[in-house]
Design a protein around this ligand. Structure first.
Ligand code: GTP
Ligand code: MG
Length: 239
């Protein structure tokens, strides 16, 4: 995939402040300092698009960037830094929780994990939370330049063992290094394939289905109102 333009759109403090839902979004999430902003810069091809910092908890708002005028990259605040775990919460701020649960144009989340670390409880919990809330995601192990390949593979294998019981088909796993500029094409491939799936999905959806009023009464007004509300598309995902 070719990136011809990457433009900062806005920094939103909460879901209601995010721009309209007209373009598919791809969001980066993970523990503070795992390399979300750096990876976003690698994918966009603009090394100063999102702010990178060695200080954990640097990204505090939902930062949105429009790419090729057709889709968006979203840099989310990290979790696990000065955050108090709440029962059945995503263990990060309310705005991110809201964004991940309710943003209907959120097409795929890149859930980032540090390839240099054995499974961290907070990451296992977070992947469980994504799974429970049916958020579409792939796993991305970062900073592979910092660790011996065998160590990274062992950490990835150990993480896979922790989560494998939850899935019939395991989430797709990628590795990357923003420093060594590795993993860019593979992750852009996820975006390209998702965009193709969205296009394929939207074609039949353009024909509006009219439910006869008698049927609507039979199924109940509430069910009718629910089906009329906009939903996140259920894509036949290629990955
Ligand atoms: N060696 C190495 N360092 C990296 C890599 N990616 C990011 N870093 C460094 O890790 C630190 C954190 O990077 P960020 O991209 O700001 O991480 P973040 O996840 O956005 O952090 P918060 O916004 O604080 O949650 C910075 O010092 C980066 O230079 C990588 O692939 N390899
Ligand atoms: Mg950041």
């Amino acid at each position: 995939m070719n990136i011809s333009s990457a433009i900062f759109d806005c920094s939103a403090p909460d879901l209601d402040s995010c721009p309209d839902e007209s373009l598919p979004e791809f969001a980066f999430i993970g523990r503070s300092n795992v390399g979300k902003s750096s990876l976003l810069n690698l994918l966009s091809g603009k090394l100063d698009l999102a702010r990178v910092s060695p200080t954990p908890g640097f990204t505090k708002l939902i930062n949105i960037f429009t790419i090729n005028k057709t889709w968006r990259l979203v840099d989310l605040p990290g979790y696990g830094f000065a955050q108090v775990a709440r029962k059945d919460s995503s263990q990060f701020n309310h705005a991110v929780d809201d964004y991940l649960k309710h943003r209907t144009n959120l097409s795929c989340v890149f859930a980032l994990l540090d390839s240099g670390l054995p499974p961290q409880e907070i990451d296992v919990e977070f992947v469980a939370w994504l799974t429970r809330n049916a958020v579409p995601f792939v796993l991305v192990f970062t900073k592979t330049d910092k660790v011996a390949p065998a160590t990274a593979q062992a950490n990835i294998a150990a993480f896979t063992v922790r989560i494998s019981g939850w899935f019939e088909k395991l989430p797709v796993i990628f590795t990357c290094s923003a420093m060594a500029k590795e993993g860019r094409q593979e992750l852009l491939g996820v975006i390209a394939e998702t965009m193709t799936a969205i296009q394929a999905e939207s074609e039949p959806a353009q024909q509006e289905v009219v439910i006869p009023s008698a049927d609507l009464a039979a199924t109940g007004q509430k069910a009718g109102a629910r089906s009329a509300r906009k939903k996140r598309p259920d894509l036949s995902r290629p990955w």
